[in-house]
Design a protein around this ligand. Structure first.
Ligand code: NAD
Length: 251
């Protein structure tokens, strides 16, 4: 039986030998930054009603929806910083080991850690979009004391520029993620359950095209029996630095 050290060594070797590696991340990579996932232990849906992110509810109850959104995504998430997992991925991109990060997350932590090629599959909370005139604003420039916030150009309702339940995935992000999934010869799936569709089609695409799939997760996921070639059980903020330490020795 292989030890965790053996598996970490195999993962490092595979990353080193790959020609086109991409990472695919879910809420799990940000847990060690203090941002809870939606589902499971400590998940946001144990405290909040998921309807606050339903697009029809948002349009009909904008004030109520915005009050919860502000509390979760801006008062709480907004204070959080990238962790070692985000930092290692940014470092691998700089050193040419990783082409891009496809993320389901909306917390902007990959970008804050220094990742340049981030495919935002579900959008980004650090932007607001006017639902009337499509103007985009930095969230930090908006006044969130009087809710719901309004567009300074046309007075229209502002919405976080991330996907609500009932909305389609941004076309460009889907195309870029699908393309990366087809092209990569190695995919790292980090902290993603596989329960969110259509995001879960991307790792499947990579596996269908023959990519070696390394999965890092606290627990087995829906991906584990289907697409994973090498499973590393543990926290992303510990496993990624451990792989990086081995890479330093074998590079
Ligand atoms: P998810 O698909 O993102 O799954 C979270 C996964 O992370 C689970 O499989 C869990 O076992 C794993 N995990 C938890 N802690 C971990 C750790 N320290 N290291 C490695 N793995 C760990 O599921 P979700 O939370 O239901 O999210 C649904 C959607 O909402 C996703 O698109 C997700 O990205 C998004 N979301 C984003 C954020 C964020 O931006 N940080 C937070 C919550 C949810």
């Amino acid at each position: 039986m292989q030890t965790t050290e053996d598996l970490i060594y195999r993962a490092a070797k595979a990353i080193k030998q790959s020609n086109f590696a991409v990472a695919f991340t879910g809420a799990g990579i940000s847990v060690e930054s203090g941002i809870p996932p939606f589902r499971g232990e400590g998940g946001l849906w144990n405290k909040y009603d998921p309807k606050i992110l339903d697009i029809d509810y948002f349009y009909t109850h904008s004030g109520r929806s915005w009050a919860a959104i502000k509390e979760i995504f801006y008062d709480h998430f907004g204070q959080k910083k990238p962790n070692k997992g985000h930092e290692v991925l940014a470092k691998w991109e700089t050193s040419g080991l990783l082409r891009s990060v496809i993320t389901q997350n909306i917390d902007n932590l990959h970008q804050e850690a220094g990742s340049q090629h981030v495919i935002e599959f579900h959008g980004n909370s650090q932007r607001l979009v006017c639902v009337h005139c499509d103007s985009i604003f930095e969230t930090s420039s908006a006044d969130l004391t009087d809710l719901p916030p309004r567009c300074v150009s046309c007075g229209g309702l502002l919405k976080p520029d991330f996907i609500f339940f009932g909305e389609a995935i941004p076309m460009l992000a889907y195309e870029q993620a699908a393309e990366a999934g087809k092209k990569c010869d190695l995919m790292l799936i980090i902290g993603a359950s596989g329960e969110v569709s259509p995001a879960n089609k991307i790792p499947q695409k990579a596996a269908d095209h023959g990519a070696f799939v390394i999965e890092i997760n606290r627990d087995q996921s829906l991906y584990t029996p289907k697409v994973t070639s090498l499973f590393l059980q543990g926290k992303a903020g510990e496993i990624l630095p451990a792989i990086d330490a081995i890479l330093q020795q074998i590079i």
